[in-house]
Design a protein around this ligand. Sequence first.
Ligand code: GLN
Length: 550
Amino acid sequence: MESLHFWLIHSFGMIQMTKYIFITGGVVSSLGKGIAAASIAKLLESRGIRVTNVKCDPYINVDPGTMNPFQHGEVYVTDDGAETDLDLGHYERYTCASYSRLNNITTGSIYRSVIEKERRGEYLGSTVQVIPHITDEIKKRITAVNESGDYQVVIVEIGGTVGDIEGLPFLEAIRQMKQDVGSLNSINIHLTLIPYLTSSDEIKTKPTQHSVQKLREIGIQPDILLCRTEKPLDKDCKKKISLFCNVSPDAVIQAINASSIYEVPLLLQEEWIDELIVRMLNLKSTSKRLVDWEEKVVSRIKNPLQQTTIAFVGKYITLQDAYKSVYESLTHAGIENHCKVHIRKVDSETVTPGSVESLLEGVQGVLVPGGFGERGIEGKIQAIQYAREKKIPFLGLCLGMQLAVIEFARNVCGMKNANSTEFNDKTKYPVICILETQKKVTEKGGTMRLGAYPCVLKNGTNSYKAYRKSLIHERHRHRYEFNNRYRKQFEEHGLVFSGTSPSHTLIEIVEIKNHPWFVGVQFHPEFRSKPDHTHPLFRDFIRAALNLKK
Ligand code: GLN
C-alpha cells in the first residue's frame, strides 16, 4: 500500500510521494466544487506540475448511468467507456490529464467490490465493517489513480456537503489518508459559502464557522478555505474567518462570483491560491501566469465581435446541468469564432407543426442533443424538418442523428411513419434499430455501446472538412443504430453517409446534400471539446450559423 504513494522523478533520480489535495464542500450544495477542483488543477498544471483529479460520489448507484438527468444532470462518458459524473467533464476541459473509470469513485462501486471480496473469502474470519474495510477500499481506489506514477498531485473532490450521512466514509478515508501520507503531502481545502444579506447589507461568516466545526468534529482541519461570495471579502472579514475556523489568514481565499466559469482560474490566481498550495505541499514549480487562457479564452468570451442564436431542442432544458457538455461546446465554438452564442432553449414537447415556425423563427442553427425514451420525439423531428427545409445549419447528436434519419425517411424517402424500434417496434420502416451487440443484453447498468471507437470519414464531406483527416475517434453511448437494410434507399434520396466504423458496418455520421451544413453524428463530440481546443464539428456548425446570418 505504502509503495503506491511513491512516484519517481526520473530526471532527479529521487523518490517523491504523491501529494493529495482533498476538496470538501460546506453550507450548501452546488457551490461549484467541480469548477474549483478543475481550476486548481489548471493553475498547478500551468506551473509545470502534473495533476489529475478524482471525484468521489457518495450515492449507492454503481455509476450515474442509470439515473435520469433530473436526478444527476449529464452523464459524462470517458474514452474507456465509463459513465461518470459531470465534474469529470470540467476536469477534462480545464486540464491535459486523461481521465478514465478510475477517476470516479462511488459508494456503490466501493460496496460492490468489498462485497465481492467478502464472497471470495478475502476477509475470512473477520466481520466486514465500514471502518476499516470500506475506508480501506476508498483509500485503495484513490491511490490507484496514480498507480502509474504519472502524476505529482492528485486532487480528490468529495461530492455532497459536509454533514451528509452518506459522505461520512469518504471523509473518514481522507482523514486517515492525511495521517498515512503526512501533512507535507496532503492538504484539505474546504469550499464554503459566505452569504450576503441585502436587508442588513452584511456578509455573514457563521454558516462557514459551523461547517468547519462539523469537519473538525470528524477530525478534519481545513488548511485552506475557499469562500464563495458575491461581495469582496475585506481584510477584517478574512481575519474573523481565520480566527474562528483556525485557518491562517492568507489561507482564507475569496472565490467571488465570476461571469464565466472559465474566469475562475484567473480569479483564484489573483488570490495566490497556487502559490499557497505549492508552498504548503513543498512542490517544485515554475511560476507562470495563465496568459494564454486569459487572452484566448476569457477575453474572447467577454469581448465577442458578433453573435448568433441557436435553437436547442431538448426535453430537459429547464435543468442547466442536463446538457452541460453540449452547452460548454457551444461556448467553445463561440470562443473560436469570436462570437457570442445565444442558446434559445426550446422544449421539444411544445414543438408541433403549428408552433415550429414561431418557436424557431430567427435562429441561425438548430441543435438536437442525445436522449432516451419517446417523450418529446415528435417535436424534435418537427424541428429537424424545419432546419432541413429552411436550410438552417443543423447538428444532431446521437438521438439527434437518429431522429434526423427518421425525419428524412418519412419526409424525403416517403417511408410513412418510419421510426426507431426504441419508440415503436411494430413500425413498417424500422430505420433505426437495436445494435446487433445489444440484442442479448438484459442488464441496464454500463451495458450500452460505450466509449471511444474509430470512425473513417468520406473525403469531400462537411465532416471531413471539419476534422481535416480521415480517421477519428469519438465517444459513444447508445443501444440503437442506423438500420443498414435501408442504406441504398437513403443514398438514392441524397443522404450522405460521411462517417462509418472502419469495417463500414456501422453508420456513424449522416449529412444532407444541397444544404449549407446538416450533420448528424451517432457519437458525442461534446465530450471532447475544450475552451482552448474547440471540437471541429461545433466550430464549423457555429461558423455555418454565422455564414447564414451574413
Ligand atoms: N436512445 C438512443 C440510443 O440508445 C440514443 C442515445 C443517446 O442519445 N445517447 O441509441
